[in-house]
Design a protein around this ligand. Structure first.
Ligand code: HEC
Length: 495
């Protein structure tokens, strides 16, 4: 409520973040954290495969270089842009939560930034000096070392960010003692890191095999060898993926019980959760089959064999992120801030006085019969718009979700809606409890009723502009200060 509300009334605000973030995770895990050590390992193989008078097997080295070129181009363009994109989209859609996270993780993020800048410098060195390093063995070995340094720095950036992701799901005892260390060592951190690390390696291995089928000529010994190595790499990491998944799996439900008002969780969550389970099992078994096939019959492997497991491992990564997002609902930061950006501890105040009085950006603070619908719009913007759209064609549109309950196309009944909203968090545990007072509930219901009739949409501040709370504009504040001053002066005069 302290920030103007950006809103996309068709795409849904959360969707904007999700698309950018998931794309970023694909690239970060599959083409950086997992891929760089895989490439460096292969580069090293080239040196050991070289004949006596060679520094490295040049043909092999060129194949590995081509794969690295793909990773270099994608990570430094889409990878970097989606990384910044997460900041932009989150700052627009969820400024209060990112503000809280920055306060808690300031130094962690500062260090992450230094590590990231180092990573960028290292990837430039690693890729751009590749060909020149093939002139002497010493230069080549130094180049390979740069590959390992780059691998370590890529991993550290992920290791820091994962702490923040774990914190949002379950801050552990941070709510009692709000320190960086407490936030960093949250209960989900280690399991998530131990799961993501081998998963990144697995995704990289499968993607690497796919690139081999594109870049290496069919039927050649070199291609068979490269496919075999990818098979070895995948098989080596799979057991750790499975151990990590089981470990992580076991902490997830306990975090869910902590965060959800009812311990059973919601139907929708169970569906995603099961989907993830099948995707993990599917992706792991498909990868094992692929890797086994690659070791036994490397010459048979072609693009068509690899593409399905490849889509599966990326799909599994995507669903994993979806579940991670879902699990922390109704909170954006577990037991601290709800997904509507209101802090849990402020709720009693909002319930007593209403939210509009405290909102920085609203056009109404005193609700009357005339401004009721406008007030309802402000209430909706503050309490529902992070997850619902107004536009009838929008994703998770508010009229649609109500009509789905009470009958599609039927006129919505104000009484039923009024009875439902204050209890919505009980049946649908992913929704935060309603925060406002009775009058604001009336206004909200009147607004929803009106949009059902008009089919209008809701403009965010990016197009509608901002309206400052009338209680907080300069004139009002100076009036209040003046009144206070007079009050103080009379007190002094009396004394
Ligand atoms: C944290 C995100 C979030 C917030 C905030 C939120 N909702 Fe929801 N709401 C959802 C999701 C997710 C669904 C489920 C959509 C689906 O099943 O397709 C939903 C479903 C609903 C439903 C249908 C429930 C059912 O049983 O089918 C109603 C009604 C609803 N929301 C009203 C509201 C109102 C009113 C507000 C604001 C006071 C609000 N929601 C705030 C996420 C949210």
């Amino acid at each position: 409520m302290d920030f103007p509300m950006f809103h996309l009334d068709w795409l849904n605000d959360r969707f904007l973040i999700a698309v950018i973030a998931i794309l970023h995770v694909f690239i970060n895990h599959g083409l950086a954290v997992g891929f760089i050590p895989y490439i460096t390992w292969l580069e090293q193989k080239g040196v050991s495969m070289a004949s006596a008078n060679q520094i490295t097997n040049l043909e092999w080295d060129n194949l590995v270089y081509k794969k690295m070129k793909v990773a270099f181009i994608i990570t430094t363009t889409i990878g970097a842009m989606t990384g910044v994109g997460i900041w932009f989209s989150v700052a627009l859609v969820s400024p209060a939560s990112i503000g809280s996270l920055i306060r808690v993780f300031y130094w962690a993020w500062f260090i992450e930034w230094l590590v990231f800048v180092t990573e960028v410098v290292l990837i430039l060195i690693y890729f751009l000096t590749w060909k020149n390093s093939n002139t002497s063995l010493k230069a080549k070995l130094r180049h390979i070392n740069f590959g390992w340094y780059l691998s370590i720095f890529s991993w550290i950036t992920m290791a820091i960010i994962v702490a923040i992701l774990g914190f949002m799901m379950d801050p552990g005892n941070w709510n009692n003692e709000q320190t960086l260390l407490n936030g960093f060592t949250n209960p989900i951190y280690l399991p998530q890191l131990l799961f993501r690390t081998p998963t990144a390696m697995l995704v990289a291995g499968v993607f690497g095999m796919l690139l081999t089928t594109i870049f290496a000529k069919r039927g050649t010994e070199m291609r068979a060898k490269a496919i075999k190595f990818a098979g070895q790499w995948i098989l080596a990491w799979i057991p750790l993926v499975i151990i990590g998944a089981i470990y992580y799996w076991n902490v997830m439900p306990s975090a869910m019980k902590e965060n959800m008002a009812t311990a059973i969780g919601s139907q929708d969550f169970a569906e995603y959760y099961n989907l993830l389970k099948y995707f993990i099992i599917g992706a792991a078994s498909l990868s094992v089959v692929l890797a086994g096939f690659a070791l036994l019959k490397p010459k048979k492997i072609n693009f068509a064999y690899v593409i399905v497991p490849c889509l599966f491992v990326f799909g599994f990564l995507g669903i994993f992120e979806r579940v991670r997002e879902f699990i922390r609902k109704p909170y954006v930061i577990g037991n601290y801030m709800y997904s509507n950006l209101l802090r849990e501890e402020d709720y009693p105040l909002y319930k007593r006085d209403g939210i509009l009085k405290y909102a920085t950006y609203t056009s109404v603070t005193e609700i009357t019969e005339e401004n009721k619908v406008q007030a309802g719009k402000d209430v909706f913007m503050n309490l529902c718009s992070r997850c619902h759209t107004v536009n009838p064609q929008g994703v998770n549109s508010i009229v649609y979700v109500f009509e789905r309950m009470y009958g599609i196309g039927q006129p919505l009944d104000e009484g039923s809606m009024k009875a439902y909203i204050p209890n919505m968090h009980n049946g649908r545990t992913y929704m935060p409890p309603y925060a406002g007072n009775e009058q604001e509930l009336d206004a909200l219901v009147a607004y929803i009723k009106q949009i059902q009739q008009t089919g209008e949409s809701l403009e965010g501040v990016q197009t509608a502009g901002v309206e400052v709370n009338p209680l907080n504009n300069a004139v009002e504040v100076s009036k209040r200060n003046e009144a206070k001053k007079i009050e103080n002066d009379t007190k002094i005069a009396k004394n």
